[in-house]
Design a protein around this ligand. Sequence first.
Ligand code: SAH
Ligand code: SF4
Length: 369
Amino acid sequence: MIPTVDNILQNKYLDKDQIKLLLSLDNTEAETLFHRAHEVKNFHVGRKVYFRGLIEYSNICTKNCFYCGIRMDNSRYQRYVLSDDEVLEAARFANDNNFASIVIQAGERSSKDFTLTIENLLKRIHTETDGKLHVTLSLGEQTEETYKRWYDSGAHRYLLRIEVSNPGLYARLHPGDSRHTHKARLKALSLLRKTGYQVGSGVMIGLPFQTISDLAEDLCFFRDLDIDMVGMGPYIEHEDTPLYAFRDMIPSVTDRVNLSVKMVSILRIIMPDINIAATTALQALDPKGREKAIFAGANVIMPNLTPVKYRDNYLLYENKPNVKDQPDETKIALEKNIQAAGDEIGYGEWGDSRHYKRREAKSEKRNFL
Ligand code: SAH
Ligand code: SF4
């Protein structure tokens, strides 16, 4: 007999096989799962959704991930870097609109010039917003020294997706050189933790060669790593990438959306107090995607604050939504999404991961004893 959602969720600790069963639920049973995740979210983190204004700082990248539109070898896009003033203007918009937090994301670079520019930018943002605006970085793999310098300059959260937790699958999705290894990715995640960041990671869902077992393993990976934040969303094909040749192997749009919402809801159940993002990629495949994710357990959203003229050149995947929307239009649309899911916006609140705070409190106690 196939167990029901209620049967499975009676287990306090869900193992990989139980997670696989949840990921394979039909639509009616999945609704029950989403409602359970919604209750868990309300109980543990409340009905607030936090904004993180996203600044796509530069599309220059020295890497060549097989799935990504801005990979180094794609010559279709004009490469750009925002000026300091453009970043500061976006940061000011976030601050004036009570977002309390921004994310600076870009292709991966590690030159001295680049790391120093980021360091100086962080200091300026800190000074100009009186330390009120929290900054998250998403700038790929860096040395311990760089992570530390950026931390000391005011960035306290970092997003680095593992992309897929299965090392064999990771190898199929990246070039086989020493700059694209699963081991280095893991090492970077552990350096971030060591430096003191609130660490976020994530995966893509519905990739060629990926199985339900891989996805269940991804969720176990976040739990084993005791991660503070997760951003995961559907893989979306991009015609200028090597992975496009395998597009016939990926699940349908509907299946990728459903799988992604199931991943969010299961993660909320197994890690009740972490921050989980409703990703833009989900919205790209389904106009109600973000709303569905919020209902099923997500509590973070990343409105795009990149100046509109650059957005056509930061296309990680095809059909990226809202590329022409001005930040204030985006804000209004997102407020509607959130209200439709029955939640409210945590304006003016940093929305730190409760999980992180709990983890820190535990380690302080350990150090004290
Ligand atoms: N260079 C940094 C940050 C920019 S890429 C880094 O790699 O960490 C941010 C994320 O975009 C990646 O982690 C990846 O998960 C996601 N991404 C890239 N290509 C994608 C695609 N085709 N579909 C969905 N997400 C994609
Ligand atoms: Fe560069 Fe990140 Fe895209 Fe990989 S995923 S090619 S590191 S921007």
